[in-house]
Design a protein around this ligand. Sequence first.
Ligand code: ZN
Ligand code: ZN
Length: 233
Amino acid sequence: MLCATRYCRAAAATAPVVAGPSPEGDPVQIPHDTRRALDVVVALVNTAAEADQPDGLSDIGALRGFVQEYSISDVGDLSARDLAGVRTVRGKFAQVFASPNPRAASILINELVATAGTTPQLTDHDGYDWHVHYFAPGASVGDHLAADGGMALAFIVVSGEQERLRRCEAPDCRRAFVDLSRNRSRRYCDSRTCGNRLHVAAYRARRKEADAEASEHEEVVHRSEQQQDADHG
Ligand SMILES: [Zn+2]
Ligand SMILES: [Zn+2]
């Protein structure tokens, strides 16, 4: 969906970053192309500068790396204008993630896909099954991302799943992710890092509390023993 040629092939070979397949299977039925486009949206939003992280799209070289990593083809030579355009789209995607309700999200998404000149085109290029490309032929990389990413976000809103567009709840992490868990219970961008880190911290806190209680108890026992000794004396 994202590209004219290489993208679909890359999609088959690369594991999605939105979420791995859950053991129970996918709770949300998201078409493969849409899921790939959501992966790119999440990756793009997460290139933004945060307190402990510089901007991942600081120059044209970084943008070139992003375009290659996500196999976004047909975007031609990249310029400073492309970089500015992609950064603007990134900001709009971040606003969609921050939207309090579907109406707010839909206003942003409508504007995004309209500005990008979104042009749905059925294609069976390179031997792939029929699928839809949303970016207009010859679109800039910013418009390309806005069209395909915007339509993927639109699919989420139409499915009644806007609240699945989340930010990690770990205190020192704000990474975006799409919660594809069955009961919409995912809280961390990555359960093996942020989730596990918090789990360990909570465990340590409980242990510390338990240890403190235990030593307090010991002290009480010790004091009462001393008291008994004193009584005997
Ligand atoms: Zn395609
Ligand atoms: Zn996180």
